[in-house]
Structures are given as C-alpha cells and as structure tokens.
Design a protein around this ligand. Sequence first.
Ligand SMILES: [Zn+2]
Length: 498
Amino acid sequence: MVRIMIQRARYARSLRLAAAGVLAFALGSGGARSVLAQDGSYDVVITNGRVMDPESGLDGVRNVGISGGKIRAISAGALKGKQTIDAKGLVVAPGFIDLHQHGQDEENYQAKAHDGVTTALELEVGVADVDQWYGGREGKALINFGASAGHIPARMAVMHDPGQLLPSGDAAHREATPEEMQQIMALLDQGLRRGALAVGVGPAYTEAATNWEIVQVFRVAAKYHASCHIHIRAGAPKVGEPAGNFPGFEEAMAAAATSGAPLHIVHIQSTGGPNVAYELQMISEARSRGMDVTSEAYPYTMGMTSIQAAFLDHKENEPDSYFAPMLWPATGEHLTRESFLRYRKQGGMIILPSNTQENIDAAIESPLTMIASDGALFNGKGHPRTAGTYARVLGHYVREEKTLDLMTALKKMTLMPAQRLEKRAPAFKDKGRIRVGADADITVFNANTVIDKATYEKPLQYAEGIRFVLVHGVSVVKDGQLVDGVFPGHGVRAPLVQ
Ligand SMILES: [Zn+2]
C-alpha cells in the first residue's frame, strides 16, 4: 500500500516535471524540491552552454540549474532561473582544482579566479598550524582553499629556522635530533587530525633531513591515508650522467612503497630534469602494480623558488654564464655571479630555467599528470604560472598545438585532482564534476579565445577567455570581470579526528 502511494506520488511528480519542460536527468533526490522557489525557478541557470563533464563523458548543449550552492539539474529542456547566465558558444566545465598554489591571499585568489580556478590548495609546502591557517581565511575567500600538514614548516617551527616560506637555517642544513624528529612528527600528526588534506614534503628544501626522516613522514601520512605531495630531493649528479633527480625520485617511491602512503610527485616537468619520461614510465608501471602514485605539471620552461633554497648552496665558483638565464622578478634583471650572491644574502624569489620545452611538453601531454600551477604572487611580482597556467594549457596545448584534446585537458584540471584527494577528504567527491548534487563550482570559458597573458616580466596580467566563474553557485567572475565584495570560498578539509 505504502509502496503504491509512493509510486503514485512519483508518477504525479514526473508528470509535473514533464509539464515544466524538465527532461533529462534533472532533480536527483527529493531534497531538490526544497531548494527550488515556489514558482519552480533555480537560483541561477546557465543556459545553452556546451556542458563538458570528464566523469560521465557528457559533451553536449545543456542548461544547468543551480540552487543552494549545488547543481540541481542538467537538462536539454528549458529551466527557469532567478538569475541567468547566457553560455551560448561557451564551454561549461567543472571549476579547476589547483593542487599546488602557494599564494593564498586576495591578490592570488583573484588571479586564480581569472584563470578558471575555483579551489586553490597549498599541498606541497603546507602549513604547521592547520586550524590557524584555515581560520584566517574562512568567510574572506573568493575561491575555495585548503592545505596540507607540511613537513617543511613543521621542521622550521621545531628547529627555529629564520626563513620565510622556505628554510634558510637549521631546518635546511642540520640533521634533526631524535627529540626534534619526534616533535616534527607530532606536529604532522596533529595537523592531520585537524583535517589537513595531505602531507607536504620537500627534501630539496630540507636537504639535511635524512632518508630515514622522510620515511617517518610517510609513515605518519599513511596512518591517515593522506597523500604525500613531494618536491623530490635534488640528487648530486653522478660523474658521466646528466644532472637529474633520479635518486630523489627513487627515495619518494621507496618511502611510499614501504609505508603504504599514497604518493604525489609535484611539478615533475621541472624536478624530473632529463628523466621526465623515465619517471613518468615508472609511475605508470608502479600504478599497474597497484601503487597509488600520481603526478602534476605546469606549462613553463622556467621555475621559481627562494634564492636561499638549499639546492642553490655552493654556487660561488660558477661562471657568470651559469647565472645569466636567472631572473630577479623584483626588478626584471638577469643575474651575474655578483648579483646572485648579493641577492642571496638579502633573500627573495628567483626565476630560473627548469627544463627543455620538449620535456615540459611531454609532462603536460602525458595522461598521467594533473595540471597544477605552483603559483605565488607577492604584490604583483612572481611567476606567470600563477595567473596563466590553466588558460595556457587550454589555449596553447589544446587549441594551437592540438596535442591535448579538450576533454582530457579538463580531466587533468578537475576530475583527477578531485579523485587524488577524495578518499581522504570526501568533500572532493562533489567537486571536479558537472553532476546533479555536485558543488556548483563551475568555469565557463570561450575555447576559441582562451589564452594566458601573464609573462615573466608582467606576471599579473590576467588570462583571457574565462568568461564566468562560479564558486558554490556565486559568480566570482562575470563577463570576464571580477565581482566585488563576494566571498563564497570555503575551506575544504578532511574529516577531523578526536
Ligand atoms: Zn616545488
């Protein structure tokens, strides 16, 4: 009896929906009705866009209905909205998820939004105090944010390192005592209990951390099923071999294999050096044997880091020609030995060659890599990857070079990063997808014009062709312009542990 009534109710509801012109797979659960206005309209409807969803493979013209910050309908039929966004001729994609964004303030979030990013995560370096970091941003952020528990900042805190983002003193150059090691691991453990999304590791910046210390870090991560996002150690080149970081790569693989922690190798296009293709092949082989290893890349031949980074130690005797390709972004000048050593005492960020175009292209085009920017701007100074990474992949690799198809590129920017984190942080099951019930984090762009504009000289020039960006259903970019005074970004965390 009860069953018949439910069936009748369902039948009546489906008639009403059909009458309203809602076809396709609109309105999942019963909860959908409660978020619709009395007259059946949605908060926002994105009309007539080419909806592309890498999870379902959907690629077709649809209308998308959004209410209460969630996608409620994806329909070929007309939908009524209090607010309408005309997406005719534009691609409607899940908002991009950047797993590697250091700059986490207003100027950085604005640049990211213009590049289509709706969630920006500091996972490589990470933070020492997770609650304080999230607390400082909640309610004030344009886009979603999140962080890992960072081995680098934990080591800096415990060893009282004077460096800013990266260590310049003991945390870089001294082995930890057993007591310090214990304190570092306790800080990471605490961060993970407070919902850090992952664990950040950077032995390239904590050179004196032993292989054993790195294994301990992975063990803490494994306890919480947290992925380790690692900037691999800069290995000393062996005689007769090209400079590469192969030993650092193997250190990370071994730590992951023995501890069971998922592994994510950051910016493989730069730290892979001449071994990018070999390392990608090894990741593929490890995955085929059941290891959870992933990687990421950004589309630039130059990198950026602290001039005081440990791997730039002992360069006093290099000739001027070694320093000439390096750029000091604060003034735009190329360096000499004299200016390198002078700026090194002062401290700051430096732009330097990281790899050949061929190796960069191989990393970007590999189906194994996600796209992640490694971005950071400081008062408009920095690396163009902050504001241009995603538009550059869509404009240069997809449209101009045709070495990536659009759906694959989108998958590397949306679904893959969401899947990287969703086992630990289930909030990501509702991100990176255009699906009924998913968060309405959406990027609408013109595939015919999208392109990066940021350069090494002018890194703050916003990308073009990103027309509308929504975070939890709230427009943060409208007609290509930032919307003022909205802060729909949420801190995304893993579940807290008592
Ligand atoms: Zn890095």
